[in-house]
Design a protein around this ligand. Structure first.
Ligand SMILES: [Ca+2]
Length: 413
């Protein structure tokens, strides 16, 4: 197991040692690419030697044994994770740093070239997703909160990763969502198979935004991959509505997944006290916030909104009362845990567990299990790797993973 503090210390030691060599020879300064590369290799080599993951626990679900391993720690609040190849993922930290984590060696490399973010309240550097286009550049898409005159807005941008450097930055959309609160930025990113990117923006702590089509706050947005507006978006050409909007009436959607098999867009959002939702999102539909909610006010036991269902507004497919505070949504398609295939997993921030939801053949959702509760960790992002191992990030700065536990499978006969 390896932590970032250790990496930083190793880096400093290596830098200082090389600086001495460099000074003694009075040749190339340390900043030269060659010496920096040697320095980096040194750190990675030392780091690789100690990469035995700590086992934090074991469990069994649907007859499948798993264990929980700590892959790395020291990331602050690791908000987003996305694999850039078979074994390495980019991790985004809410305060604005990003890293490349090799999940096999447990080595960590800080990334250069990140934009300045507005790290206030729930805002900062948020999601990352990789868009792979066969034979073309792999773009990394990021959402982050940016400062605009003392206020924060959610931004979608993309860049190319070259080694440890992000280049070719393109700002795709600076959303109309400025408020001075640090609440409800969204924001997760998903791609469909037809050249579109979806991302979410929370209501920014201002409830009327949910039903106001002249703001991006409280919405799911849909763009072409280059940031232009698809002409088949539902509000293109309508006066009094923004072209980028795909669906509206959302409170704080921090989970989104496009099911490539079923061609469906799923979303999870935080309700107020009670009333977290999973929604099946369709073009141009209204998901009700703040007029419809199962939640209650924080300060008094009054219902939020005027009803729990209204004509012309979409009911959620699943509601959590009390709230679990879902920070992510993943649809499991991996091979490692075959009896979880087709299930949704949500990281629960408030009720600190990994939530598993099953989808029936007729499309109904049912919560079936709360995993990892014994860790007592606020679980943020949830992703899977090529094996179907499940990686989770925690607000205590850790990246953990669930892997099949062959040993306990054998011992249990
Ligand atoms: Ca709703």
């Amino acid at each position: 197991m390896l932590c970032l503090k250790r990496i930083t210390r190793l880096w400093l030691e290596a830098s200082n040692a090389l600086k001495k060599v460099s000074n003694a020879l009075s040749t190339t300064p340390l900043r030269s690419p060659r010496l920096s590369a040697i320095c980096l290799l040194w750190v990675v080599a030392i780091a690789a030697g100690s990469a035995e993951p700590a086992i934090l626990g074991r469990g069994v679900s649907e007859g499948m044994h798993y264990r929980i391993e700590r892959v790395a720690e020291g990331f602050g609040v690791p908000w987003g994770m996305a694999f850039v190849d078979d074994t390495s993922m980019v991790v985004t930290g809410r305060t604005g740093k990003a890293w490349l984590l090799d999940t096999e060696r447990a080595s960590v490399m800080p990334l250069e070239g990140m934009p300045e973010v507005w790290a206030e309240g729930q805002g900062g550097l948020l999601d990352v997703q990789v868009q792979r286009d066969a034979g073309k550049t792999s773009w990394l898409y990021f959402t982050y909160a940016a400062g605009r005159g003392g206020q924060g807005v959610t931004v979608l941008a993309r860049a190319v990763l070259n080694g440890a450097l992000l280049t070719h930055w393109q700002t795709l959309l600076v959303t109309e969502s400025a408020t001075d609160t640090g609440r409800h930025f969204g924001s997760r990113i998903a791609f469909d198979n037809e050249g579109h990117v979806f991302f979410t923006v929370g209501d920014r702590g201002h409830r009327p935004n949910g039903q106001d089509l002249m703001t991006h706050a409280g919405k799911v947005l849909r763009l072409n991959l280059d940031g232009s507006v698809p002409q088949d978006n539902p509000f293109v050409g309508r006066v009094g509505a923004l072209d980028e909007i795909w669906s509206y009436g959302h409170r704080n959607p921090q989970g989104i997944v496009f099911d490539l098999q079923g061609e469906k867009l799923w979303l999870s959002e935080h309700g107020p006290r009670g009333g977290d939702e999973i929604n099946l999102v369709a073009k141009g539909k209204n998901y009700g916030w703040p007029r419809v909610s199962r939640g209650r006010e924080y300060l008094a036991p009054f219902a939020v909104g005027e009803a729990t269902s209204l004509p012309g507004m979409e009911d959620p497919k699943l509601v959590y009362v009390p709230s679990i505070a879902p920070g992510s949504l993943m649809l499991y398609r991996g091979a490692a845990f075959p009896r979880w295939q087709g299930d949704f997993f949500l990281g629960a921030l408030k009720l600190t567990h990994l939530n598993r939801v099953r989808q029936s053949v007729d499309g109904e959702l049912r919560e079936v299990e709360r995993l990892l509760g014994s860790l007592n960790e606020r679980i943020r992002q949830v992703i899977e790797d090529r094996h179907g191992w499940i990686y989770i990030s925690t607000d205590s700065g850790q990246i953990l993973r669930l892997v099949p536990d062959v040993e306990s499978d054998q011992s249990s006969g």
